[in-house]
Design a protein around this ligand. Structure first.
Ligand code: DX5
Ligand code: ZN
Length: 214
């Protein structure tokens, strides 16, 4: 099943409540929340207080994407804020496996992400533990970028490895995804589709999300 995860980085922050309702009514499965620290990525966004506010305003699955250095220092706060899934970057910490274990111990699903330049095989040893692998299709840090075509080559081998080991792990893709290129991702085995600009800047978000699910 294909799941959709609108990235609220591209929402209207002044009328956020309306935007959240709009994507929920349009059939979104998750809300993707991008957390940036101005260190791991050259941009800043939201903190745990924001996630907590979203938790009160929405019943959708909160998919928290941590683009921060030393995520181990903050996972507890994001868990307490109401995150359902916390994804860390394998490049962001000395011991990703320990952080994954700690996220799971907090009662939250764990995801592991790779930047475009990081081989996806580097996270294969974590597949038994994580619920999701996030394959970045742009350099993390900003919405509205164009998808990097080479990143697609990671998806089929990853899906094959998950199948070979008989695991149930989602493959999420994030960055530059539109109704025009989504098929190239889902046909390779991606099943959680993040999109910011393509959803929130669309005249008809429902049509875009339906296109993703086709
Ligand atoms: C980028 C973020 C993405 C971003 C996607 O660092 O991880 O989630 O919001 O935005 P679009 O869909 O506009 O590329
Ligand atoms: Zn993201």
């Amino acid at each position: 099943m294909i799941k959709t995860a609108p990235s609220i980085l591209a929402a209207n922050y002044i009328t956020l409540g309306d935007d959240l309702k709009k994507v929920a009514d349009a059939g979104a499965d998750y809300l993707h929340i991008d957390i940036m620290d101005g260190h791991f990525v050259p941009n800043m966004s939201f903190g745990p207080g924001f996630v907590s506010a979203i938790r009160k305003a929405s019943e959708l699955v909160l998919d928290v994407h941590l683009m921060i250095t030393e995520p181990e220092k903050y996972i507890k706060q994001f868990a307490e804020a109401g995150a359902d899934i916390i994804t860390i970057h394998t490049e962001s910490t000395a011991d990703p496996e320990k952080v994954i274990d700690d996220i799971i111990a907090l009662g939250v699903k764990a995801g592991i992400s790779v930047k475009p330049g990081t081989p996806v095989e580097s996270v294969y040893h974590l597949l038994d533990k994580v619920s999701m692998v996030l394959v970045m299709t742009v350099e993390p840090g900003f919405g509205g970028q164009a998808l990097i075509p080479d990143t697609l080559d990671k998806i089929s081998p990853l899906r094959d490895e998950i199948k070979r080991r008989g695991l149930d792990v989602d493959i999420e893709v994030d960055g530059g995804i539109t109704a025009d290129n989504v098929k190239e991702l889902t046909s390779r085995g991606a099943n959680v589709i993040v999109a910011g600009s393509a959803v929130f800047k669309a005249a008809d978000p429902k049509a875009v999300l339906s296109e993703f699910k086709k």
